[in-house]
Design a protein around this ligand. Structure first.
Ligand code: PMP
Length: 397
């Protein structure tokens, strides 16, 4: 039997040898779209602050005022930690998402794990896309429900799994998917999935981590990918959204019917047994959501996405099928991805080098993310630096 120290050293050495060792980039500040790293200002294309709200002066001012309510919530929401500002934020989320009600969670990870575990358990089924976010996967595994997967966005595979589940049980089936895939940027086929859920009497849960604030319908322009696919509370009854991405802050929510929210308040363990969201965060998020509604941030982001895709296509860069703010460049090899990211950093651009196990083996990639705060000149600059870095790494474009 190895000692703890031996075990740790061996595992860490393996990670390094496989080029999979992860390291923090230490930021001194991040006034979007910039990040200050090692005393140097870089233009960041690796943040999830899609609308630039993390550094919006009005959000920061609201958050500062919110801190006067108390630096922390002082207890869990159901004990002594639920403030008027939390109520206001929940109402605003319900309004933006077009749902009856919403419930705040400490993070998207906790919201996914808590909701899935509250809704299904032993004897039930949870069906998931193979590329789902780790928090949905972990929530499904922990729940004790039988876990069925289907190939990414494969509607036939999904249908097979739903039929299989329905043949085995007349109990609960939960279909959980990312609305926008965090490492690929593509969207789930939500309208077709909702129709399949209807046919097999399954419940659809959509993770809007990367859709909320970025896309939506005419009536609910910032609600996310489910609204963009024409789904409402009836057809997409369980929506999870994070406040750490387009809202530029931290925390998350589940939105849905009043009954769903009442139920999760009673049964979601990651809601009940944890300290409430700091009131200052709730105040900052509330202002961010008001700005999402009032300012044309989403439209500006959509213009930047279109511009990036048009320019990158002209340069023959191998883009993925993504209309979201996430525009990955799959290069395959871990070492190449690290090398290109390093060269981009030297040229003044911060881009995420994403490797397994976050993405499947052989699909290491640069995860380029766009923000409403990027200028066209910054996008041009990134693409120029990218072409140079790919050439010097001998990647054919
Ligand atoms: N779902 C998806 C699709 C995500 O990308 C993330 C964040 N990486 C989460 C959930 C978790 O959200 P949070 O960061 O708020 O925990």
């Amino acid at each position: 039997m190895s000692s703890l120290q031996e075990f740790l050293n061996t595992r860490l050495a393996d990670r390094r040898a496989q080029q999979l060792y992860r390291q923090h980039k230490i930021l001194a500040a991040a006034p979007g779209p910039l990040a200050v790293v090692d005393g140097r200002e870089l233009i960041t294309f690796s943040s999830n602050d899609y609308l630039g709200l993390a550094s919006h002066p009005e959000v920061i001012a609201a958050q500062q005022r919110g801190a006067l309510l108390g630096a922390g919530a002082t207890a869990s929401h159901l004990v002594n930690g639920h403030f008027d500002i939390h109520q206001q934020l929940q109402h605003k989320i319900a309004e933006v998402t077009g749902r009856e009600a919403a419930l705040l969670f400490g993070s998207g990870y906790m919201a996914n794990v808590g909701a899935i575990n509250a809704l299904v358990g032993r004897g039930d089924f949870v069906v998931q896309d193979k590329l789902n976010h780790a928090s949905l996967i972990d929530g499904g595994r922990i729940s004790g429900a039988q876990y069925l997967r289907f190939a990414h966005n494969d509607l036939h595979g999904l249908e097979r799994q739903l039929r299989r589940a329905r043949e085995k049980s007349d109990g609960k089936i939960l279909l959980a998917v990312d609305g926008v895939y965090s490492m690929d940027g593509d969207t789930a086929h939500l309208a077709e999935m909702a129709a399949l859920c209807d046919r097999f009497d399954a419940w659809l849960m959509v993770d809007e981590a990367h859709g909320f604030g970025v896309m939506g319908s005419d009536a609910f322009p910032c609600a996310g990918s489910a609204a963009a696919a024409g789904l409402d509370q009836q057809s997409a009854p369980i929506v999870m959204g994070t406040l750490g991405k387009a809202a530029g802050n931290g925390g998350a929510f589940i939105a849905g019917s009043q009954a769903l929210i009442d139920y999760l308040t009673q049964f979601a363990r990651t809601y009940i047994y944890t300290t409430g969201m700091p009131p200052a965060v709730a105040a900052g998020c509330l202002r961010a959501l008001e700005l999402m509604q009032q300012e044309p941030l989403r439209e500006t982001l959509q213009q930047r996405i279109a511009y990036f895709r048009q320019r990158a296509t002209a340069l023959a860069l191998p883009l993925e099928n993504s209309t979201s703010a996430i525009q990955p460049l799959v290069l395959g090899c871990e070492k190449t991805v690290l090398g290109v990211a390093e060269q981009l950093q030297q040229a003044g651009y911060l881009v995420g080098a994403i490797r397994p196990p976050t993405v499947p083996a052989g699909t290491a990639r640069l995860r380029i993310t766009l923000s409403a705060t990027h200028s066209q000149a910054q996008i041009d600059g990134l693409l120029q630096a990218l072409v140079a870095a790919l050439k010097s790494s001998e990647v054919a474009v």
